[in-house]
Design a protein around this ligand. Structure first.
Ligand SMILES: *Cc1c(COP(=O)(O)O)cnc(C)c1O
Length: 341
């Protein structure tokens, strides 16, 4: 297979249209058989549920080339089950989890020429999503839905090394108690746009959201979960019903315990404790871990001992072990790596 003529190591994180995407429609209570299509456009009713009442959910995962030349994805079964959880919360039909994994395989195979070569640091980002496509004017769930997966090649997240970022404690909330913070829905992102744009305007890379009820506990950022390292080298990660269950965070917790022999605490984390931690990182599919060097809290700064030049040593070890597992350099736990070809 001839790869596309793309400057892989200079790719950013943007949409580049590829050859084929997967689509399946839900109508009269059933999903159709689904197909690959070259048509990147969607035509739906002007009154579609997604357009009027934001009935849409999504996932994000990557396909990439391992050291031995295979194209693989990382734990797509967890994306399938998380999409199912998101669907139930927004009264949408579940796209069967085995069919989700098959659709991922089909899209990656069909666009194999867009999967960046090993060593480029780039990957093929897959975006599964589902939305209410039939007209809805009185507030209720749509009757018809579309499930799709497209893909787009994306560049290495860190060009020239992972530099620690500066985040601020946000005055906006991300998720309400008993709301939708735990599902991957577009609506959680729409309401975060103002907070992130204003954070950028004020010179911060990201927002740290606290729990909206008491504003004393750490939740997450707009699109990544927190991992902290204590001064005696334990891993601490916030637990809350309104945090999105990051697959990267869950994988890093396993790696910390089973590969690095570290103690891990998954529990409520008070913001007051944060100043005592040694390291802080954000975890998500895009970067695996982005180190946080500094947190700005209304005129006060928390500066982690790991500094603004590089990742802290434990964060670095976690990062290297998980990316080593993903790239086939370190043996993966059973079922983590799905070989596509
Ligand atoms: C997607 C997402 C994450 C990261 O999840 P991964 O499965 O690790 O990519 C974290 N927080 C939010 C709010 C998200 O939407």
């Amino acid at each position: 297979m001839e790869k596309k003529n793309i400057d892989w190591s200079n790719l950013g994180f943007g949409y580049i249209q590829t050859d084929l995407r997967y689509v399946s429609n839900y109508k009269n209570g059933a999903w159709d058989e689904g197909t690959l299509t070259s048509d990147s456009m969607i035509t739906i009713s002007e009154c579609a549920g997604v357009l009027q009442y934001a009935q849409t959910i999504f996932e994000g995962l990557k396909a990439y080339t391992t050291e031995d030349g295979h194209i693989v994805t990382f734990r797509p079964d967890l994306n399938a089950s998380r999409l199912a959880d998101s669907a139930k919360r927004l009264e949408m039909p579940v796209f069967p989890e085995d069919r989700f994994i098959e659709a991922v395989e089909k899209v990656v195979e069909a666009n194999a020429a867009y999967v960046p070569p090993f060593g480029s640091g780039a990957s093929l980002y897959l975006r599964p999503y589902m939305f209410g496509s039939s007209p809805v004017i009185g507030v209720k769930p749509a009757e018809e839905y579309q499930f799709r997966i497209f893909c787009t090649p994306v560049g290495p997240y860190f060009k020239g090394g992972a530099k620690p970022i500066t985040i601020r404690v946000s005055d906006f909330d991300r998720a309400a108690p008993n709301g939708t913070g735990h599902i991957k829905a577009g609506l959680n992102y729409a309401m975060s746009l103002h907070a992130i744009v204003s954070a950028h305007e004020e010179g911060f890379d990201e927002n740290m959201y606290l729990d909206p009820k008491t504003r004393t506990k750490v939740e997450e950022t707009g699109g990544a979960n927190f991992l902290f390292v204590t001064k005696d080298n334990k891993i601490v990660t916030p637990k809350s019903d309104s945090i999105l269950p990051s697959i990267t965070r869950r994988s890093l917790v396993y790696v910390a315990k089973e590969y690095l022999g570290l103690e891990v605490e998954e529990r409520e984390v008070l913001f007051d404790e944060v100043k005592d931690f040694a390291e802080c990182g954000l975890c998500g599919t895009a970067a695996v871990i982005s180190p946080v060097g500094k947190i700005y809290d209304h005129g006060k700064e928390i500066c982690f001992p790991s500094g603004m030049e590089k990742m802290g040593p434990t964060t670095q070890k976690l990062y290297e072990t998980l990316t080593g597992i993903q790239m086939g350099k370190i043996e993966a736990p059973e079922g983590w790596i799905k070989v596509i070809k």
